[in-house]
Structure formats: C-alpha cells, structure tokens
Design a protein around this ligand. Structure first.
Ligand code: ZN
Length: 66
C-alpha cells in the first residue's frame, strides 16, 4: 500500500494533498519523505514512509517462507 493521497490537517482539520500527487517513478521506499500541503491553511506536513506502507508492493506473498 502506498502512502495516503490525502491526510487530515492537524491544525485546521482541512484536507492535505500529497505533493507531488503522483507516485515516484521508482515507487515508494521505507524512509522516503512524503510531503503534504493543506488546502485550507497551506501548512506543510512531512510523513516518512515506513515498512508497512510498502510491504504490500513487495509481492513476496503473505507468509514468510520458513
Ligand atoms: Zn490546515
């Protein structure tokens, strides 16, 4: 699962859109910094992509191959 397209602004409750909206050409990776800008108050928010965000795209299956 990729990072959310939008988040809720912590300050005003408005909608923050990911900037840039399009996913990176090489896809998301844990540790990437994702930028969001609030449509209402124009505040910028920065979220770091974690392992769970990109786990689904690894495509290695649901269970570890022990
Ligand atoms: Zn806001």
């Amino acid at each position: 699962m990729a990072p959310a397209d939008t988040i809720v602004c912590v300050d005003c409750g408005g909608r923050c859109t990911r900037v840039p909206f399009d996913a990176p050409e090489l896809g998301w990776h844990a540790g990437d910094l994702v930028t969001y800008r609030c449509a209402d108050c124009a505040d910028m928010w920065y979220l770091e992509v974690d392992e769970e965000d990109v786990a689904d795209e690894a495509g290695a299956g649901d269970l570890p191959s022990a």
